[in-house]
Design a protein around this ligand. Structure first.
Ligand code: MG
Length: 437
């Protein structure tokens, strides 16, 4: 072969490769978000009687995080942080919104839905929204082509099921909600399963196992854990249905799926609340049980199977991660608190998160750097206004003492001093958003 032919061939190959890269569809993205599932509520996180074979398989096929955090121990701020990659203090969604709330997510916030929609993604939000129920704050104004679900918690009244902006059911038949959400999700995936379909972003935020619990006849009475177990096992079935469809339609290799929960178990609900496993306390508290959550990433062929990550990570990290996957620019005109998870997920590096800031409402209650966590304020439970202030702060080594039993303040005054400084730096650098109530 002549040199000319060879170089022509090389040019052709390079062009073909570039064209392929340019024309290649970015991955589909699915975020599955449970409400009030605790760190100890899944089989793969050690629950002895709740059976979650589908989520356990997801973890075996992907990567399971053991130090994965929500940004808040309650619903609305957790969801705002997940979708914007920003601490709740910045977006002003510091508290649980309710049916009388006049506020919600602001028009200038950029959600994962907004960013992906601009890159040509089809976007669907199913389930609990809880970022404002009035028209300007609804999912279809914040990056989602369509919506099907409840605009706030299932224990709030009046409760209606919405399709886009239309109220389609009142009262809501809660026992079958998870199954109906799942049918919607499967229909959406099937509508975008062709090679020439737009990539899709599905945000499925389950209404359960937030109280009041309800299970359909198909799942009721199945779990040895009782009704709470039935409800979690329904969600497990739902996750299984979605992953099975992705596999059946040959979409698994081009779909990134993440499963987590918004906050820890609602302990004061007794048997209707979940378990934080070995972690202390639950929902409403910034002891670990309130904010550390199951976190499972799945993307066959890209994320190596059976990974267990002990690196720090947080729901806010999904924002830059999803944007990078979609080829979208991470906004540079605002503070983004999320860190890119891709180096860790794809086995190319370590986790990039070093610090966790813990907030209740607008108060920075604790800070974690590496293994060390200092508590400035502790509060038990949601709705309980009794707080303990700590000066000096309580200090725990979470790698050696995940249950936060042994206060080491007296032994490590230099670490306490460093964490106080870091907290002060953070407080003085954060620009709070207008509180939404
Ligand atoms: Mg919740």
């Amino acid at each position: 072969m002549s040199r000319l032919v060879l170089s022509a061939l090389a040019v052709t190959l390079v062009c073909a490769e570039a064209a392929h890269a340019a024309g290649q569809k970015p991955p589909n993205i699915v975020i599955l978000y449970a409400d009030d599932i605790g760190y100890g509520d899944l089989g793969c996180y050690g629950h002895p009687t709740i059976r979650t074979p589908q989520i356990d398989r997801m973890a075996r096929d992907g990567m399971r995080f053991t130090q994965f955090y929500s940004a808040s121990p309650v619903c609305s701020p957790s969801r705002a942080a997940l979708l914007t990659g920003r601490l709740p203090i910045r977006t002003g969604i510091n508290r649980v919104l309710n049916p009388r709330s006049l506020g919600g997510i602001q028009a200038d916030e950029i959600t994962i839905g907004d960013a992906l929609k601009r890159k040509g993604y089809a976007t669907l939000c199913i389930g609990k929204w809880h970022l404002g129920h009035l028209a300007p704050y609804r999912p279809t104004r914040h990056g989602f082509d369509h919506y099907y679900g409840l605009l706030y918690s299932n224990d709030m009244q009046p409760l209606s099921l919405y399709r886009d902006d239309e109220e389609v059911e009142n009262p809501v038949h809660q026992a079958t909600l998870t199954e109906r959400y799942t049918e919607e999700a499967l229909r959406f995936i099937k509508a975008h399963d062709r090679a020439d379909s737009s990539p899709f972003f599905l945000y499925l935020a389950y209404t359960m196992p937030h109280v009041p619990l309800a299970a359909s006849p198909r799942f009721a009475g199945r779990s040895r854990r009782g009704l709470y177990g039935d409800v979690v096992e329904t969600i497990d079935w739902s996750v299984g249905q979605i992953l099975a469809l992705l596999r059946d339609r040959q979409l698994a290799g081009n779909t990134f799926v993440f499963f987590s929960s918004d906050n820890g178990p609602w302990l004061s609900r007794g048997l209707h609340g979940g378990s934080a496993g070995l972690l202390r306390q639950g929902k409403g508290s910034t002891w670990e049980g309130g904010v550390r959550e199951p976190g499972i990433a799945w993307w066959p062929g890209k994320i190596a199977p059976a990974g267990v990550a002990i690196d720090l990570a947080a729901t806010m990290d999904l924002f830059p991660t999803c944007l990078k996957l979609a080829g979208a620019e991470v906004p540079a005109d605002r503070a983004i608190d999320g860190k890119d998870l891709l180096p860790l997920l794809l086995g190319r590096g370590k986790g990039q998160r070093e610090v966790i800031f813990y907030y209740i409402d607008r108060d920075l209650t604790a800070i974690r750097r590496g293994p060390w966590k200092a508590h400035f304020i502790t509060q038990i439970e949601f709705g309980d206004r009794v707080r303990d202030l700590h000066d000096p702060p309580l200090l725990f080594n979470l790698e050696q003492d995940p249950s936060e039993k042994y206060n080491l303040t007296a032994e490590h005054p230099e670490i306490v001093a460093d964490l106080i400084k870091e907290a002060e730096r953070h407080r003085s650098s954060v620009k709070p958003g207008k509180p939404q109530t």
